[in-house]
Design a protein around this ligand. Structure first.
Ligand code: KIV
Length: 271
């Protein structure tokens, strides 16, 4: 039996149950109604309205420019489509880091204006006050550690994180802090597989990996990357299931040719 038939609706509690049973969790990003509808019907467990929308939807080189209003727009579109999946929405850069009251206000806006189920934010100890305040209002929080793209200017590079002992120790400590604060899950991005396995074993909450190896509780990919809509981004952890960019280009070329050569519309395609 597939997870789709067992769980009619995914909640944070179901995710914990899935971890306990050793059932893997499948998560993908989506930013619009049509894609979210396809993902939900296919049986995806979690849809992340990621701030990667800044890259793949808006064409920015980092996730930093996207605004809270932009995220609410994307999340609202996704929420209109989704019946089964749990929807997680990224708190964008600059809306939660410095001030826990602002973090709560940003989260409340996301929940009220989009109808989303949960929020995600990046960081550990540095943002723990924000995490606690958001949780105190009854809003479920997913953490995100390892390569946290909102800190790209601090890192200076997108290479694998926590390969040295100090960073690995801090990551483990942060993961425990997030769990203790009450986060329902944590994303671990681009870290050694061994470290991903260790955190997954030590924590009771589900750990979702993106480039964190196979021994985590679930996997997440950016939809546009796994479908081959984006072309240049090719990290080792990315498995491309399609080459949609080429397929779309081929369809558009065929359409252009049909229009120019008077092959479209034909007699059956008119009134
Ligand atoms: O914004 C995003 O797509 C993410 C994933 C990479 C986990 O945070």
């Amino acid at each position: 039996m597939t997870s789709t038939s067992i769980y009619p609706k995914i909640t944070t509690h179901i995710l914990k149950e899935m971890k306990l049973k050793g059932e893997k969790i499948a998560m993908l990003t989506a930013y619009d109604y049509s894609m979210a509808k396809i993902l939900d019907k296919a049986g995806i467990d979690i849809i992340l309205v990621g701030d990667s929308a800044s890259n793949v939807m808006a064409g920015h080189t980092t996730t930093l420019p996207i605004t809270l209003n932009d995220m609410i727009y994307h999340a609202s579109s996704v929420m209109r489509a989704v019946k089964r999946a749990l929807v997680v929405v990224d708190l964008p850069f600059g809306t939660y880091q410095g001030d826990s009251k602002e973090a709560l206000q940003s989260s409340i806006r996301i929940m009220k204006e989009s109808g989303a189920n949960t929020v995600k934010l990046e960081g550990g100890e540095e943002v723990i006050e924000s995490v606690e305040r958001i949780l105190s209002a009854g809003i479920p929080v997913m953490g995100h550690l390892g390569l946290t793209p909102q800190s790209i200017h601090k890192f200076g590079t997108y290479v694998v994180r926590a390969t040295d002992e100090n960073e690995a120790k801090k990551l483990i400590k942060d993961a425990h802090l997030l769990e203790k604060a009450g986060c329902f899950s944590i994303v671990l991005e681009k870290i050694p597989a061994k470290l991903g396995a260790q955190v997954t074993k030590e924590l009771k909450i589900p750990i979702i990996g993106i480039g964190a190896g196979p021994d985590v509780d679930g996997q997440v990919l950016v939809l546009h990357d796994m479908l081959g809509i984006t072309q240049k981004f090719s990290p080792r952890f990315l498995r491309r299931y399609h080459n949609l960019s080429e397929e779309i280009k081929g369809s558009v070329k065929a359409y252009i040719s049909d229009v120019k050569n008077l092959n479209f519309p034909n007699e059956r395609e008119q009134y």
